[in-house]
Ligand binder design. Structure first.
Ligand code: WTA
Length: 655
């Protein structure tokens, strides 16, 4: 059976420093190994104990795992709880005056909400939703800017047992419409406008358009948070201002006690075959995953000031903005704006001003900040940082080194966290302070996560060989199904080829000889060059390791003899090169890759652009690049692209 070859050999090793080790939550390798052994020995006992320790149950569970409805597993399913109660009420006793959220607006204005404030706002808004006749099990769409109110809206849904589906505020009316129809939502919670980078971006008109596209009749109410006061069209039959809805509402809202398996939310993720999948998460299992990962991977301490830069429209913003930090009683930043406004020092200024201790962002943001130079971060006081995190894409070793040296000042461990919308929380990530880090490796599975690399028949491959990344046993935070389509869930994630028992992530990966995991890219993107199967990440990392290169993406293009050849799309740190210049640099880069990882990985063609096509969450869309490389028409919907104009430039580009 074919495996995937690993060609990148990273040898740098970064041992944890003593001051971090001495305070780490999972003190040392021994403690971490003990947890892993416990999980191996008594898997259900391990998770059952964690669930008892971390969650406040209204009615305790007696059964840990029910596999009878495979692969829609049930965890703790005769227990009852309320997620909002666990995030808010539980913190009132000891932490009511502690700041829960520091909100920094696009224009720099700062608003703070304590746990008491947040509890009050959530209760009033939840009562408001109930007054609109919204009940347990109803679906609501949240289409909001990053704001305290967005978190309040999500928590209020959880409080009354309504199922939210957050749609990223940059998505089009068409995407919004699809999600309204698929969930048959009864309400949309939105704002008049959002502000990003000094500009106002309309939200409410997009909602109106989406509802009026047909099939949106399920929507009975639209609740509008007044963010800027921009004029909006008003529909008496369904529109209500947020501030009017809460004005006379009681400051306490009795939580709806729900079953552990009650769906907390649906979040759409774009499958590679077009139609987005409504990933449905549970209440208890999901909450537990966010909490243990906060503790183990973010080494959470009550004194931390936590900042996850992800929008609540993504899973990262669900798990590490709206739920995980609150469930742990943390103080966190919610930021409305963009990293480059009013200038490219914005992230560093926020870290300095709010004395952030834990900073969690995406490789795409890191790479774009690298492009702006190392001087900028050095102008700010980043000494409060103690831990850095990365998520969303493989972080190329050179980007890792920059993050480590320039942002973390060689002091802060980096937790490169591999996980997915479907997994709910971190799956493979370093427990900081425990083991040495390798730049570009997400290191080891969390205790209790049985990750492995297998070939296409489901057999585990030996260390050093690449294959399919799977998780061998169900775990509490795993998605329960695809909304309305359990069959697609089974086929996509528990395919028969693998014996139907492993969760298939869709990523390729390898374990090195020390057992460290390396993500190699999506399986769909694997290249086949003269019979060698190569992941995208390693070749891209070799390109990014060249001092001229800021970002790179590689794709395959059919070739009569070799099967496929590599086409690389490259963004330089300097301006996009033209003519002879481009030819010279392309030749240099082809040789560079050949020298770094071998002639087999040498790109046949290199094309330059000012940027790469990315999703709104910053992932490179290699599918589109593949079409460009092959000279094919782009037939996919490109409305969800961050920067559609870049496609034209890349089409014209030929080195
Ligand atoms: C990729 C985001 C390498 C991977 C939490 C995965 C990563 C997909 C990493 C899920 C990482 C995420 N290293 N690749 N640390 N984190 N990915 O659903 O391909 O938006 O399958 O969830 O992002 O993206 P999603």
């Amino acid at each position: 059976m074919a495996t995937i070859e690993s060609v990148l050999h990273e040898t740098r090793l970064f041992a944890p420093n003593d001051s971090f080790v001495s305070q780490a939550n999972l003190l040392n390798e021994e403690a971490c190994q003990a947890l892993c052994r416990e999980a191996e020995k008594d898997y259900l006992g391990f998770w059952g104990k964690l669930a008892q320790e971390h969650i406040q149950w209204h009615k305790p569970f007696t059964r840990v795992l029910d596999e009878s409805n495979y692969p829609c597993f049930k965890w703790f399913d005769d227990g009852e709880l309320n997620v909002s109660f666990n995030c808010l009420d539980r913190n009132l006793e000891a932490n009511s005056d502690k700041i829960a959220i520091i909100f920094e607006a696009d224009d720099g204005k700062v608003t703070r909400a304590t746990y008491r404030d947040l509890h009050l706002q959530v209760c009033q808004f939840a009562n408001g939703l109930r007054s609109l006749n919204i009940k347990k099990g109803d679906r609501l769409i949240i289409y909001m800017p990053m704001s305290i109110e967005a978190v309040v809206a999500m928590q209020a849904c959880a409080r009354i047992g309504a199922i939210h589906s957050v749609v990223f505020g940059g998505f089009s009316a068409k995407s919004l419409h699809e999600r309204i129809v698929d969930t048959a939502a009864v309400a949309v919670i939105t704002a008049d406008e959002q502000r990003r980078g000094g500009k106002g971006i309309a939200l409410k008109p997009v909602v109106d358009k989406a509802i009026e596209m047909g099939g949106g009749d399920s929507i009975k109410s639209v609740v509008i948070y007044k963010r800027t006061g921009q004029n909006i069209q008003w529909h008496n039959s369904r529109d209500v201002w947020w501030h009017d809805l809460v004005i006379d509402k009681s400051d306490y809202c009795e939580p709806e006690w729900v079953n552990a398996e009650h769906p907390l939310f649906i979040l759409y993720t774009s499958g590679s075959t077009g139609k987005p999948k409504g990933i449905q998460h549970s209440s208890a299992g999901y909450l537990l995953g966010t909490m243990v990962s906060m503790k183990w991977i973010f080494d959470y301490k009550p004194t931390d000031i936590f900042w996850c830069t992800a929008d609540v429209g993504w899973i990262t913003g669900h798990s590490y903005v709206a739920y995980g930090p609150l469930a742990m009683g943390a103080t966190q930043i919610v930021f409305e704006g963009v990293p480059t406004y009013p200038d490219a020092g914005r992230f560093w200024k926020i870290i300095q001003d709010h004395k952030i201790t834990t900073f969690y962002t995406a490789p795409t943001a890191i790479r774009s900040l690298i492009k702006l130079g190392s001087e900028l971060p050095r102008e700010y006081d980043l000494s409060s940082l103690r831990l850095l995190g990365s998520v969303g894409e493989p972080i190329n070793p050179e980007a890792w080194m920059w993050y480590y040296n320039v942002v973390g000042q060689s002091r802060c461990p980096i937790v490169d966290t591999w996980w997915q919308t479907e997994t709910g929380c971190h799956m493979i990530a370093p427990v900081p302070g425990v083991r040495p880090l390798k730049p570009g490796s997400c290191t080891f599975p969390l205790p209790g996560i049985m990750a492995a690399i297998v070939d296409e028949a489901g057999h585990e491959v030996e260390n050093g060989k690449g294959g399919l990344l799977v998780i061998k046993r169900p775990f509490p935070s795993l998605a329960r199904t695809i909304w309305g389509n359990p069959e697609r869930f089974r086929k996509t994630y528990f395919p028969d080829d693998l014996g139907g028992k492993y969760y298939l992530s869709g990523d390729s990966a390898n374990c090195d000889l020390d057992g460290y995991f390396w993500i190699m890219g999506r399986i769909d993107d694997v290249l086949n060059i003269s019979g060698h199967r190569l992941g995208t990440m390693e070749i891209e990392s070799a390109l990014v390791a060249n001092h001229l290169v800021a970002e790179a993406a590689v794709v395959g293009k059919p070739h009569e003899i070799k099967g496929e050849v590599i086409v690389a799309f490259v963004v330089l740190k300097d301006a996009c090169p033209q003519g002879e210049d481009a030819k010279k640099i392309a030749a240099e880069l082809r040789n560079w890759v050949s020298k770094e990882i071998g002639p087999i990985a040498k790109p046949e063609e290199i094309r330059f652009g000012d940027n790469l096509p990315k999703t709104r969450s910053g992932k490179i869309m290699r599918r589109l690049l593949r079409a460009i490389a092959r000279g094919e028409q782009i037939t996919q919907d490109v409305s969800t692209l961050e920067n559609p104009a870049i496609l034209e430039q890349l089409k014209q580009s030929m080195a």
